[in-house]
Design a protein around this ligand. Structure first.
Ligand code: KIV
Length: 262
């Protein structure tokens, strides 16, 4: 397997920004891939924007396996990363088994949530030769315990914990780290403090890269858009427009019983 740690460290040194988006199916992965995205993530956000769950915690490994297979078929040049769902990495041994399952179906790297508290899992995964992307800051798999999606890095103890997490995941062998809704100044501080790239989501522009849920970027989940997203398209409106046009065209076709040409 390619040494992604070196590759991504070099990209960061050269100041090359990394663009990452989610995809959970063949056409989306193929469209992103053809548009030169660097990283495609089969995120457990699939649970919310595709499967209709309230948050990511009901997502199962079999669901991620199914979506990773589909996204892998559409991915030729981007790096395909798959998420380990909640409770599929409770121990280091389980993390390796889960990660291997995702690699078997086409993932080239995996991601799980947590920093210092997950070092044993991360070391086990990287020790098994599987490229690993870390995820610190707000951890959506903890949303129920935390009572919402709360910005991280507001207090000194949160800042210290974030820096410790970032250093820990770098040391454990991650090739990059997602910073989710971290105060922009703190995301910048973390970006300066470590040598692997930081990939921000709602964490300001001074990260080494950015990641978004594609549905948010293209306006395909109009019932909720995170505050930090500026959609580039309104695909939901296009779907509604096309559907209404089809409904009207179908209803406007006279039934056979009313046709005079019979
Ligand atoms: O599941 C997901 O889509 C993610 C990104 C938001 C980083 O983890």
């Amino acid at each position: 397997m390619v040494n992604l740690v070196d590759k991504y460290r070099e990209m960061k040194k050269r100041g090359e920004k990394i663009a990452a988006l989610t995809a959970y199916d063949y056409p989306t992965a193929r469209l992103l891939d053809e548009s030169e995205i660097d990283i495609i993530l089969v995120g457990d956000s699939v649970g919310m924007v595709v499967l209709g769950y309230e948050d990511t915690t009901p997502v199962t490994l079999e669901e991620i396996v199914h979506h990773t297979r589909a996204a892998a078929r559409g991915t030729k040049r981007a790096l395909l990363v798959a998420d380990l769902p909640i409770h599929t990495y409770d121990t280091p041994e389980q993390a390796v088994i889960t990660a291997k399952r995702l690699v078997e179906v086409g993932a080239q790297a995996v991601k799980l949530e947590g920093g210092v508290s997950r070092v044993a899992q991360i070391e086990a995964v990287t020790g098994a030769g599987i490229p690993f992307m870390a995820h610190i800051g707000m951890l959506p798999q903890n949303v129920r315990e935390e009572g919402g999606y709360k910005v991280k890095g507001r207090t000194q103890s949160e800042i210290d914990a974030l820096l410790a997490d970032a250093r820990a995941v770098e040391k454990a062998g991650a090739f990059s780290v997602v910073l989710e809704i971290v105060m922009a100044k703190i995301a910048e501080q973390i970006t300066r403090a470590i040598s692997i790239p930081t990939i921000g989501i709602g964490s300001g522009e001074n990260c080494d890269g950015q990641i978004l849920v594609t549905h948010d970027l293209i306006g395909l989940f109009p019932w909720f858009t995170p505050k930090f997203v500026s959609p580039e398209a309104r695909v939901a409106d296009e779907i509604r427009k096309a559907t209404r046009a089809f409904v009207e065209r179908t209803r406007g076709t006279p039934p056979l019983s009313k046709r005079s040409d019979d």
